[in-house]
Design a protein around this ligand. Structure first.
Ligand SMILES: CC(C)(COP(=O)(O)OP(=O)(O)OC[C@H]1O[C@@H](n2cnc3c(N)ncnc32)[C@H](O)[C@@H]1OP(=O)(O)O)[C@@H](O)C(=O)NCCC(=O)NCCS
Length: 218
């Protein structure tokens, strides 16, 4: 396991399978794979999908490819759920069994890139006092919302705006909680605490993992 994996395993449940790779170190594709690729985002995607296949293989399921749904969402083999993210050379995937998890969301973001106007655009009024115009907290909030977006999409397939959900963040435990969700989603206030969010700062990047457990098996 590389250093990113070791750090993430401090906050991610042990029955999730996590794989990560760095574009600068781990890009070992066939010439024919990479020659078609115009930009690093496509190379990251290929590497992130390799991570997804390795994470699945660790849970005993070997596939040739993770296919995509109409929105670009990953389609996991029967019995599994997970999420993929890649940013500025960091590529990763997390996978769980659907007997344990109804859905999983993963997001990685490069720290310090978010501008004040973008923070304003993604921050719900409930979150304003905590987030302010702090770029570190802004990046974390953005990443929480992207991870949640991916996880909810697997269940509800809803397009959402950044102000359709609000979080509280607990810096002492590197975790966050849903505190408000718009009525675009069938998530009632009594169900907010079923969604779990953890985050970790890893060098230049922030990583968020969220999940909804499968209640029948937990
Ligand atoms: C889909 C989206 C979340 C991807 O996030 P991103 O930061 O651009 O990119 P990431 O590297 O983190 O994630 C990319 C991976 O997400 C996955 N993904 C793409 N669309 C997805 C969807 N609708 N649901 C779940 N996963 C999705 C794919 O595996 C993709 O990798 P790939 O293209 O290499 O296969 C983002 O582009 C988006 O459309 N967001 C909608 C707006 C939003 O987030 N609102 C927040 C409301 S709470």
């Amino acid at each position: 396991m590389n250093d990113i994996g070791k750090l993430l395993y401090q906050v991610v449940p042990k029955n999730m399978s996590f794989e990560s790779a760095l574009l600068s170190q781990d890009l070992h594709f066939d010439e024919k794979d990479t020659s078609r690729m115009e930009n690093s985002r496509q190379k990251e995607s290929l590497l992130a999908h390799q991570c997804a296949r390795k994470a699945l293989a660790k849970l005993g399921n070997e596939v040739d490819a993770i296919t995509k749904g109409i929105a670009g969402n990953p389609l996991w083999p029967k019995g599994f759920t997970g999420s993929i993210s890649h940013s500025k050379g960091f590529c990763m995937a997390v996978v769980g069994r659907d007997e344990n998890y109804r859905s999983i969301g993963l997001d990685i973001e490069l720290n310090g890139r978010i501008k004040p106007a973008a923070i304003e655009r993604i921050t719900h009024s409930i979150e304003k006092d905590f987030i302010g115009d702090d770029p570190g907290k802004g990046t974390l909030l953005f990443s929480l919302k992207e991870a949640f977006y991916k996880a909810q999409f697997a269940l509800f397939e809803k397009p959402l705006g950044f102000k359709d959900v609000a979080f509280s963040i607990d810096e002492a435990t590197n975790s966050a909680s849903l505190v408000w969700v718009s009525d675009k989603l069938p998530i009632k206030p009594a169900q907010y605490n079923q969604w779990e969010f953890v985050y970790k700062s890893i060098g230049t990047h922030t990583v968020v993992v969220c999940w909804l457990k499968n209640k029948t098996n937990n």
